[in-house]
Write a protein that binds this ligand. Structure first.
Ligand SMILES: [Zn+2]
Length: 117
């Protein structure tokens, strides 16, 4: 028997001794197993409809399933499901473009409207 810290809920639990890559307490192992089926079904349904959705971010998947993003991340860490990390990079690039466009759209200099009531 060995004392381990659950990767999902951070609680200490006693385990039979096998060395696991991602330690999970019995409660979380059960919860994540159910969540995995849910996630898998969602990914399957949505990837068949539209190939572009085959890879979604952990955050998106968590939102779709109505669960904590941490739960999805643990599943990803366990190599149970795959999510895209590059999508968030793409989004921030888009934000930067939006910011640039906003800056261009600003009137030059801090011209204030004074004396108008
Ligand atoms: Zn746990």
């Amino acid at each position: 028997m060995a004392l381990k810290i659950c990767d999902h809920c951070s609680r200490a639990y006693l385990d039979g001794g096998e060395e696991e890559k991602t330690p999970l307490c019995p409660d979380c192992a059960e919860y994540l197993e159910a969540l995995y089926r849910q996630a898998w079904t969602w990914l399957r349904d949505h990837s068949s409809a539209d190939g572009r959705l085959r890879r979604v971010t952990s955050a998106r998947l968590a939102e779709e399933l109505g669960v904590d993003v941490k739960s999805i991340e643990v599943l990803v860490k366990m190599d149970r499901i795959q999510t895209s990390a590059s999508a968030s990079k793409k989004a921030s690039g888009k934000d930067l473009e939006t910011l640039k466009a906003l800056r261009r759209g600003l009137p030059g200099g801090g011209r204030e409207r004074r004396g108008r009531r």
